[in-house]
Design a protein around this ligand. Structure first.
Ligand code: SAM
Length: 237
């Protein structure tokens, strides 16, 4: 089960309504004239719904039912084909563009899982189709701020009231980083989730893309996190 599969965690995720990080994917879809999109790890569906509103045929996949419940409740969600599950559960397709936004690429912690998702995306891309995703730069050691001291916030969460929320770094055994998110409600209920993310180096990602049959087209700093995250755009021929 995905650590995102809890209504409170999905609601907290959706509090971040400044999704400027998605602009790079919206621009790529527009600039390449993509008519169809596969969004892997779509979460609460912000990108999927925005692109579908512009006439793009969107298939959006996520194993966390609580995230998909929020996605399906968005205005315009009916225009998207939602798949509850992993990419293997998605039907065959031939899309112009595939995306993994908000560092979703880092949830694939083993070489096998990463190779499998790249292969699954490749078979679902039309000739000339592109894959775009971002991932955190290991050298920036972003996990060092994933501590209670640095991350503690009090949030007002619709339907839940005030929630104290923070992260505790459990281990940084590179390339794997494990942390626990804690969300404490005023009534004493506490919801925790443990996540492990893989921090891959740029050359490792480029090699894995080549192994999966992609040609790397561009790698650049994420405009909303320069120096902290790379955006990869790769193409199949
Ligand atoms: C950080 S969130 C990003 C969500 C969304 N892409 C966004 O931009 O807001 C990571 C998402 O990856 C999903 N996820 C976890 N494991 C996955 C897997 N094996 N396949 C696809 N998605 C997965 C989680 O459920 C979660 O919704």
């Amino acid at each position: 089960m995905s650590e995102f599969d809890h209504p409170l965690i999905a609601a907290i995720y959706d509090l971040d309504d400044d999704r400027g990080d998605l602009d790079v994917y919206l621009e790529l879809a527009r600039d390449t004239g993509a008519r169809s999109l596969l969004d892997v790890g779509c979460g609460t569906g912000v990108l999927a719904v925005r692109l579908a509103a512009g006439g793009v045929a969107v298939v959006a996949v996520d194993p966390a039912g609580a995230m998909l419940d929020r996605a399906r409740a968005r205005p315009g969600a009916d225009a998207v084909t939602w798949v509850h599950g992993a990419l293997d559960d998605a039907p065959p397709m031939q899309v112009d563009l595939a995306t993994m936004t908000a560092n979703t690429a880092q949830v694939f912690t083993t070489d096998e899982a990463w190779a499998r998702v790249l292969a699954g995306i490749r078979t679902r891309l039309a000739p000339g189709g592109r894959l775009a995703f971002e991932t955190r730069v290991p050298a920036r050691r972003g996990w060092e701020a994933w501590t209670r001291e640095h991350s503690h916030v009090r949030l007002e969460v619709p339907g839940y009231g005030e929630v104290a929320s923070w992260e505790d770094l459990l281990s940084a055994d590179l390339p794997l980083v494990t942390f626990r998110s804690t969300n404490a409600l005023a009534d004493g209920e506490v919801v925790t989730a443990v996540s492990t993310l893989r921090f891959r180096e740029r050359d490792e990602i480029e090699a894995s893309l080549a192994d999966a049959g992609f040609v790397v087209e561009r790698v650049f700093d994420a405009p909303t996190a320069p120096g902290q995250e790379w955006v990869f755009v790769a193409r199949v021929f």
